[in-house]
Design a protein around this ligand. Structure first.
Ligand SMILES: *Cc1c(COP(=O)(O)O)cnc(C)c1O
Length: 503
């Protein structure tokens, strides 16, 4: 694009001329390409503390005068590349934060430059259609009805919250938005397992329903919700006159990646006319695999599903997606008609105004980075990446299990849990489990700070475990083969120091 001839620019400290933009942009892109090209040779993290990170960023006041853009961008890019935790590193296996798709980074640059406001169609015609299409493709990919309602939000927590509020809307009396909850004096109940992510407590609180309304249903030995216990709990509550509002099933639990018996839960939900929500932030995308379990595929029966493109679609942070079977209901939950908006369109060609489908008003073009990644890979590419992450998790589990000092515990989807057990450490001695919990807690800290490998933790049945999540298209077999000895090396040193009276 060139400057409009004859048009005089207003002097502004934030303006960058096209020529300079080109130069700065090329420089930044060269830097990013070099970063991505050498990402595996840097430590995963330098293990900064808040004070060491503050020493690098500086903590001075906002400068009074301007700073030239070139040195500013160069400086901050160097800081970020040199001192971040690199979740694009092949040995970043902590939490379910994926390696970001490079095309998403370019997409974000374009989206920010054009800056459509995807709150209303009029303000973002093409971008709105791209978001609609992205939502439809996500639904199609995981086997959910394509005519569902949906919206892109910041992540799993917000996607679950949006679905939760739609579910609440479906059950609450029509005047609840005016009178507030509690006005009808009824006691609502929410059914979840103890493995449910903490968003549920935030949602119960934010929605005004309160965390006391939550029934924590026990899980079986595989960390899956016990469907018979769920049914009993609902029957109990109904006989007391309480109203079952919602059952939440998880497709890929946080700790171990377990998939609740979603088919059985769907049947129970139907029998009791109860909203059935699936938190599929991580695992729902695995439903796209032809070999997916029936339990996973039963998410298609849910009233709403939350998924996280910033997990298994490799979208750069941040992006979650709420899907609600009844599109009109999702709109009803958030629709308002202010006098200052006239975004109606023609009959038969009505636009989607996303401000009516979620809590946000002005909205960025979050969809572009998702849409680009999905198109670049295609369905086959997405399925292949997820399948190979799951296969790599199998090889990691096998490599860990083959190590004499490592005990593996679970492997579900692409999550493996395990712990270090010193050689000859017979069990049965008093304090055995406590000692191993202490050892493995220290091991986690040492690994996380060490920069060679990044894993997270899980507590399963009171046992402290390390947890590797492979949601990373850069991880290879060579990495999974190297991991057991990295873990054991740290483990031995910690065991030796604990045996010498260290803590
Ligand atoms: C990651 C995750 C969440 C939270 O998602 P955010 O994107 O971090 O907000 C919720 N539930 C499950 C099952 C998850 O895996």
């Amino acid at each position: 694009m060139t400057d409009h001839p004859g048009r005089k620019r207003r002097g502004s400290p934030i303006q960058i001329d096209p020529e300079e933009f080109r130069k700065l942009g090329h420089e930044a892109v060269d830097l990013i390409a070099a970063y991505l090209g050498g990402i595996e040779s840097a430590p995963v993290t330098k293990g900064h503390t808040p004070s060491s990170a503050r020493a690098i960023v500086g903590d001075g006041p906002l400068p009074q005068g301007p700073t030239p853009a070139g040195p500013l961008l160069r400086g901050i890019a160097g800081t970020l590349v040199g001192h971040s935790l690199h979740n694009g590193h092949p040995r970043f296996l902590g939490y379910i934060t994926s390696s970001p798709a490079p095309i998403g980074a370019i997409g974000d640059l374009i989206a920010a430059a054009v800056n459509p406001n995807v709150g209303a169609f009029t303000l973002s015609p093409v971008a709105t259609i791209i978001e609609e299409q992205t939502i439809r493709w996500i639904a199609e990919l995981i086997g959910y009805p394509e005519d569902c309602g949906g919206i892109l939000v910041t992540g799993g927590n917000m996607a679950n919250l949006v679905c939760f509020l739609a579910g609440r809307r479906s059950v609450f009396p029509a005047d609840a938005p005016q009178r507030g909850i509690g006005a009808d004096g009824r006691q609502y109940r929410i059914y979840v397992s103890g493995e449910t992510h903490t968003w549920i407590e935030k949602a119960a609180d934010i929605s005004g329903i309160g965390t006391d309304a939550i029934r924590w249903i026990p899980t079986d030995a595989g960390q899956r919700m016990d469907a018979a216990a769920l049914e009993r709990s609902i029957a109990d509550d109904r006989s007391r006159g309480d109203i079952p509002l919602m059952i939440v099933g998880t497709a890929g639990t946080v700790a171990t990646g377990a998939v609740d018996p979603l088919g059985a839960i769907a049947t129970i939900a139907k029998r009791h006319e109860c909203w059935f929500h699936v938190d599929g932030a991580y695992g729902a995308f695995a439903a796209a695999l032809p070999e997916a379990s029936d339990d996973l595929r039963a998410l298609s029966r849910a009233d709403s599903v939350a998924v996280d493109p910033h997990k298994w679609l490799y979208t750069p942070l941040d992006c979650g997606c709420a899907l609600v079977r009844d599109r009109a209901l999702l709109r009803e939950a958030f629709h308002r008609q202010p006098s200052y908006y006239r975004f109606t369109g023609e009959p038969g060609d009505e636009p989607t105004n996303f401000y009516e489908f979620g809590p946000q008003n002005s909205r960025g073009f979050r969809a572009l980075k998702v849409w680009l990644g999905m198109r670049q890979a295609g369905r086959d590419g997405i399925v292949g990446m997820i399948r190979s992450d799951i296969a790599l998790a199998d090889s990691l589990r096998d490599a860990l299990a083959a190590h004499p000092e490592i005990e593996t515990r679970t492997k579900e989807l692409s999550i493996v849990t395990f712990r270090y057990v010193p050689p000859g450490f017979g069990d049965g001695s008093p304090g055995h489990e406590e000692y191993l919990n202490r050892l493995n807690t220290q091991l986690l800290d040492r690994i996380q700070g060490g920069g060679e490998l990044f894993v997270s933790n899980a507590v399963v049945g009171g046992t402290t475990l390390l947890r590797a999540c492979i949601v990373n298209f850069r991880t290879t077999e060579a990495d999974t083969r190297a991991i057991p000895e990295i873990v054991a090396g740290y483990g031995r040193r910690i065991h030796a120091s604990l045996a010498n009276g260290g803590d």
